[in-house]
Design a protein around this ligand. Structure first.
Ligand code: NAP
Length: 243
């Protein structure tokens, strides 16, 4: 059975990616941190597409938890199921001007996005290399490309993941594993719920926020066999906000 693991699959962009992967026939591993009800809703939506899935609860920023839960899954399933697609999507933001930013705000955001990428990817990469096939997609952000005021922590974390994407892509290209990043602008999810959408949308050439489903379509393309010669790239999805 071919499997796709989506971190932060319980809500927002991650949920839309889970549903898209189900449409493509993957068994979907839905990771989440704490919101089990939302994760269950995603699982129901996956099943409604005629596919199967399961929940994997772990904090991507906690090395021991990732090792126990995800490492345990990989070990138990090594003869039957392999993770062909990994979408490193889990992320948080804790915005503050640098002047007021606490050490916790800095390290929480770095830990989940950047260390989370490391912990999770380490658990699934070996099998991809052995099978000589894999697709890794890292959810970054316009902030990691352009830098956004009030988000030095988030911009640093996402820029770090972009660097890691480009480096890893070159390491594993010969083994049929591609590694790409997607950089959304403003997407309508819980993460952007408290922003002033009307005001911010006016800055976007398309005059609106994007949808999680629009991001999921791009993930689907990058995970397809058709995208086999694309690696180390960052795909912007931002309605023309920044080029
Ligand atoms: P969201 O609606 O806030 O959902 C966040 C998801 O990440 C939830 O499923 C949450 O799980 C999970 N999560 C958070 N911390 C985690 C952890 N430590 N371990 C495992 N899972 C964790 O976010 P979103 O807007 O869909 O964003 C998804 C990704 O896109 C993030 O990396 C974000 O930085 C990036 N992005 C978003 C936007 C945007 O405008 N929305 C723009 C650019 C980039 P629970 O449900 O259990 O809490």
């Amino acid at each position: 059975m071919k499997c796709a693991l989506i971190t932060g699959g319980s809500r927002g962009i991650g949920r839309a990616v889970c549903i898209k992967m189900a449409e493509l026939g993957y068994h979907v591993l839905i990771n989440y941190k704490g919101n089990e009800a939302a994760a269950q809703d995603t699982l129901e939506a996956v099943k409604a597409k005629g596919s199967s899935g399961e929940l994997l609860q772990f904090n991507v920023g906690d090395a021991a938890e990732v090792q126990n839960v995800l490492g345990g899954w990989v070990e138990q399933n090594k003869d039957q199921h392999t993770i062909e697609v990994l979408v490193n999507n889990a992320g948080i933001r804790e915005d503050s001007l640098m002047f007021w930013m606490s050490e916790a705000q800095w390290s929480n955001v770095l830990n989940i996005s950047l260390n989370g990428f490391y912990h999770v990817t380490k658990q699934v990469l070996n099998t991809m290399l052995l099978k000589r096939y894999g697709r890794i997609i890292n959810m970054v952000s316009l902030s990691g490309i352009k830098g956004l005021p009030g988000q030095t922590n988030y911009s640093a974390a996402k820029a770090g993941v972009i660097g890691a994407t480009k480096a890893l892509a070159q390491e594993v290209a010969k083994r049929g594993v591609t590694v790409n990043a997607i950089a959304p602008g403003f997407i309508k999810t819980d993460m952007t719920a408290e922003l002033n959408e009307k005001e911010l949308a006016a800055q976007v050439p398309m005059n609106r926020f994007g949808t999680p489903e629009e991001v999921a379509e791009a993930v689907a393309f990058l995970t397809s066999k058709a995208a086999g010669y694309i690696t180390g790239e960052v795909l912007n999805i931002n309605g023309g906000l920044h080029t």
